[in-house]
Write a new protein. Structure first.
Length: 675
């Protein structure tokens, strides 16, 4: 009886808040974005469909990494995040992470691991918002943008001539896991503005000791530890300074990150097993600027140097039941990437109907590693142009664009020339209704990693560890991309969006098994000929006075043409459902957020009939702001159903074993303070 009364009280409060919001709500502030056209514009005026994750969204979700922050976005699939894996990756529209370009303030993130940009090291403390464009974006962003673009915009204090502005935030979080395992996360962000100068420094430290299931004794007094849950230690610091004046802006940034992770996803008994250890270091620095020649003409650009070092240590061991000794086969692999990228662009507001954008880009990639001799190089020289044309009082907007790319013949690379056009159209038939369509060609040149690198891979727990070898004979991939989206704002209460896409790819790069009997298994990159990805998503959301809701469904299909027939591509999430419900309880002013994330099972091998288990994650959090809302205390519970899901894998694996979720339900207590 008491539970029923409590339920109806909460339900009544929610209905009251809903009605109050219906009367009082107004259009939310239009977010300014830059990714779609490399110029500032409101998200509602952007011709491309842009999905925005704000810093407030990140705070409500409790996300601590980029992958955690974007997993609720329809059409975005996150791999590895469930296990805290060192190769967390983001895929969109059936393309894996190699085809998703990730930027910070418009500059590409350096380094990759196992085919995935190392997004697990991107912190969220200094993120103002995340802008996401799905679909081919090669016309503006070049290679690696066939699946889309994610641009992270960092927080900045606006300088003021008459006052000094200082802002800061500190966060401390402790997570308790099963069997005395734990995690500690700390972060800080400070911003300063005075006169024409503004600067910021942010950093974070994430430590999880992992759970050692047991240790094996090796020869010469050495031990080998088996980690049932990953060991993780990650540190990150980023600093920037900007000078702003009437003529424009000049800025400098630098960052350094260091990470160590140890894990084991191969099924281990008392006879054999394998352990993976990753060590990564990233250092980066760059200059950026903007010069306003006149009210209608502006020049901007950047130049950056990026270094990324990766060390992997693979150990396979077998035990002798007779002697009790451990026989160990250890293989180490080191590599380093040094990249340089510069871009200069101009924007010309010719008149009320036309806005031109021109740009030039030079991008030099280099890599050196144990799997080959000497430093390999690849240079891409590019130019692009785009025109934004508006008609009928901005009801119709058309954006044609084209990019020209040239790859000179260096370091064994064949000379290549590429032209990639794009056409986007936005139509607003009535107020608060928008239809968007885009067609674009995409391309992806084989990376130096795909050509030369041998990487010890362990992102697919169900398949165990494997070596992925490069292939110097790979051809560039090309795609034709079609996207259609409809968005409707219903009297400032609900937002509804429906979108669909189709991509046709030629010479798609994938991997195939070369020798499945080796330990670890050996694979190699190949061109698979033709492939298609297709699908769409539906999303409905409401953000009222005290009540917020978001629900989405995404479908993804992906097939390759092999031996005269179309076969499903592996490791794609066909069905994905996300639900989130938030409510700010009156009187006690405490916010409750519950979320559910479900992904259907995945095919483990193209052309096969073996599947992973499905994935279900239920989470809840409660947060309370005190001391004039400067201090926030929160409690979060993850994996509330303790790995309960609906379908086991073909091999009998469940969610816990396949996704390495041995921690089960975890509880986190944290606090954040604004200075």
């Amino acid at each position: 009886m008491k539970r029923s009364a409590l339920f109806f009280i909460l339900l009544g409060s929610a209905i009251f808040a809903w009605g109050q919001s219906f009367e009082d709500s107004s259009s939310e502030e239009d977010v300014i974005v830059v990714t779609a056209g490399k110029i500032e514009q409101s998200v509602s005026n952007a011709v491309e469909k842009i999905q925005v994750v704000t810093s407030e969204d990140i705070k409500k979700s409790g996300a601590k990494t980029l992958t955690e922050a974007v997993k609720s976005v329809p059409g975005v699939s996150v791999k590895g995040a469930a296990a805290g894996n060192p190769v967390d990756s983001i895929s969109m529209q059936g393309f894996d992470s190699d085809y998703v370009k990730i930027l910070v303030d418009g500059i590409a993130v350096s380094g990759d691991i196992g085919g995935a940009t190392a997004v697990f090291q991107v912190p969220v403390e200094d993120i103002e918002r995340i802008e996401i464009i799905q679909g081919a974006s090669s016309a503006l962003y070049g290679s690696d943008a066939m699946g889309g673009v994610i641009n992270i915009i960092t927080k900045k204090v606006q300088p003021s001539a008459d006052k000094i502005d200082f802002k800061g935030a500190l966060t401390e979080e402790f997570t308790l896991k099963k069997d005395n395992d734990w995690r500690n996360y700390a972060s800080a962000n400070f911003s300063f503005g005075a006169g024409r100068i503004c600067s910021s420094v942010s950093g974070s430290f994430d430590y999880t000791p992992g759970k050692k299931d047991y240790e094996y004794y090796a020869f010469a007094g050495k031990y080998v530890s088996y980690y049932e849950t990953p060991f993780k230690r990650m540190g990150f610091v980023r600093a920037s300074v900007d000078w702003k004046d009437s003529w424009g802006r000049a800025g400098f940034y630098t960052l350094f990150s260091d990470a160590v992770q140890k894990s084991n996803f191969t099924a281990v008994g008392f006879d054999s097993g394998s352990v993976m250890e990753y060590k990564t270091d990233r250092i980066e620095a760059g200059l950026s600027g903007e010069y306003k020649y006149s009210e209608k003409l502006c020049f901007s650009g950047f130049s950056s140097v990026k270094g990324f070092l990766l060390s992997t240590d693979f150990e396979h061991f077998t035990s002798d039941s007779g002697s009790g000794f451990l026989y160990r086969n250890s293989t180490a692999s080191d590599s380093n990437f040094i990249d340089w990228e510069s871009e200069l662009r101009s924007s010309w507001n010719l008149n009320e109907l036309n806005f031109f954008l021109f740009g030039f880009n030079a991008n030099l990639h280099t890599v050196d590693g144990d799997s080959f001799e000497g430093r390999e190089k690849q240079l891409l020289l590019s130019s692009y142009a785009q025109d934004t044309i508006t008609f009928l009082s901005k009801k119709i907007c058309i954006v044609p664009g084209v990019r020209f790319d040239y790859i000179p013949e260096i370091s064994g690379n064949a000379q290549a020339f590429m032209v990639t056009p794009k056409l986007s159209v936005k139509y607003s038939p009535v107020k608060d209704s928008v239809i968007r369509f885009s067609y674009g060609m995409g391309y992806k040149t084989p990376t130096l990693k795909q050509k030369f690198w041998s990487f010890y891979h362990n992102y697919a727990p169900g398949e165990g560890n494997f070596i992925l070898n490069g292939n110097p004979d790979l051809e560039s991939e090309k795609s034709q991309s079609f996207n259609l989206a409809f968005e409707q704002n219903v009297i400032n209460l609900f937002k509804i969006s429906v979108s669909g896409y189709f991509n046709y790819i030629i010479d798609m790069i994938d991997s195939e098994i070369i020798d499945k009997n080796t330990v670890p298994q050996t694979r190699s990159y190949i061109n698979v000929g033709k492939a298609v990805t297709y699908g769409g998503d539906f999303c409905i959301s409401a953000d009222l006075d005290r009540f917020s809701f978001k629900g989405s469904y995404a479908y993804t299909g992906a097939k390759s043409y092999v031996d005269g027939c179309w076969e499903d591509l592996s490791l794609r999430v066909t069905h994905k459902v996300f639900l989130s419900l938030g409510y700010l309880i009156p009187l006690i002013e405490t916010e409750i957020v519950c979320s559910a994330d479900w992904s259907s099972r995945q095919l483990t091998k193209t052309g096969g009939n073996e599947y992973t288990p499905d994935y279900l994650m239920i989470c809840a959090s409660a947060s309370k702001k005190v001391i004039d809302e400067k201090l926030e205390i929160y409690l979060r519970a993850d994996n509330l159903l303790n790995n309960l899901s609906f379908i086991r894998g073909t091999d009998g694996s469940d969610q816990e074993s396949y996704y390495n979720l041995h921690d089960g339900t975890t509880f986190s207590l944290g606090a954040g303070i604004k200075l």
